[in-house]
Design a protein around this ligand. Structure first.
Ligand code: ADP
Length: 225
């Protein structure tokens, strides 16, 4: 079952084309890593999928998913580390896009607690966001984005600025969400360790060639280059 299809999608700004004729399908259960050098259009693609920019041509088709039911975790640089709020308040704000009333109900509060439990951060509930370690902060932001969806999470370089232990831990958490909780993942990453690739598919945006296919196929190509 596919959640989203990109059909001949061309994206850019004021007719300056960044990505040309992208065709890909995001299937239920996929874990897609998006890689490519700076400026290759990774964030532009995410904006296109989230509907934040209009296609120059082609389209994004949402099949089994409503557009505002996508969970999005931006790069850490976009979230103020010194934001004076408790972990609970930050995670709760992730329910805003699906809120049906103008206030939080038991449904949202229960969702926050269950997502914090799922990621093993319930003990941090009353702590101040600024007092957390980098790895803890990323888990809080992950729990926040999880409140927006039970289907598709888009993560923009979630392991940026983390030490290798926290990075490994965060990746394990994301892999579990994908495998055990059947959450489809699209993850922009710079960590392209060819011997330890995670995810079942790769979208590689390089100037000379755009590749979309299975991780296995990608590795085979890299070894043949
Ligand atoms: P990446 O995420 O791979 O680093 P981006 O998608 O951010 O790449 O950028 C791709 C290209 O689009 C770059 O040339 C960048 O300068 C340009 N770009 C990004 N955002 C904007 C914007 N808001 N307006 C105009 N050009 C932009």
């Amino acid at each position: 079952m596919n959640l989203i299809e990109l059909k001949n999608l061309t994206l850019g700004y004021d007719n300056h084309i960044v990505l040309k004729s992208i065709n890909m399908s995001i299937d239920d259960g996929d874990f897609i890593c998006v890689v490519g050098p700076n400026g290759s259009g990774k964030s532009t693609l995410i904006k296109g999928i989230l509907g934040l920019i209009k296609p120059i041509s082609g389209k994004v088709i949402y099949n089994n998913l409503k557009q505002n039911f996508i969970g999005y975790m931006p790069q850490e640089t976009l979230v103020d580390k010194n934001f004076p709020a408790s972990v609970y308040e930050i995670v709760l704000s992730g329910t805003l896009n699906t809120l049906t009333k103008s206030f939080y109900t038991k449904k949202e509060k229960d969702l926050v607690l269950s997502n914090m439990k799922l990621l093993g951060i319930e003990k941090l509930k009353d702590k101040n966001f600024c007092d957390l370690s980098g790895g803890e902060r990323q888990k809080v932001l992950l729990a926040r984005s999880l409140c927006a969806t039970s289907k598709l999470l888009i993560l923009d370089e979630p392991s940026n600025n983390l030490d290798s232990k926290s990075k490994k831990d965060l990746y394990e958490t994301v892999i579990n969400l994908n495998k055990k909780n059947n959450i489809t993942i699209i993850m922009i990453t710079h960590d392209l360790d060819h011997d330890n690739l995670i995810g079942n598919k790769i979208l590689s945006l390089r100037e000379d060639e755009i590749f979309f296919g299975t991780t296995k196929e990608f590795v085979r190509r890299v070894h043949h280059e």
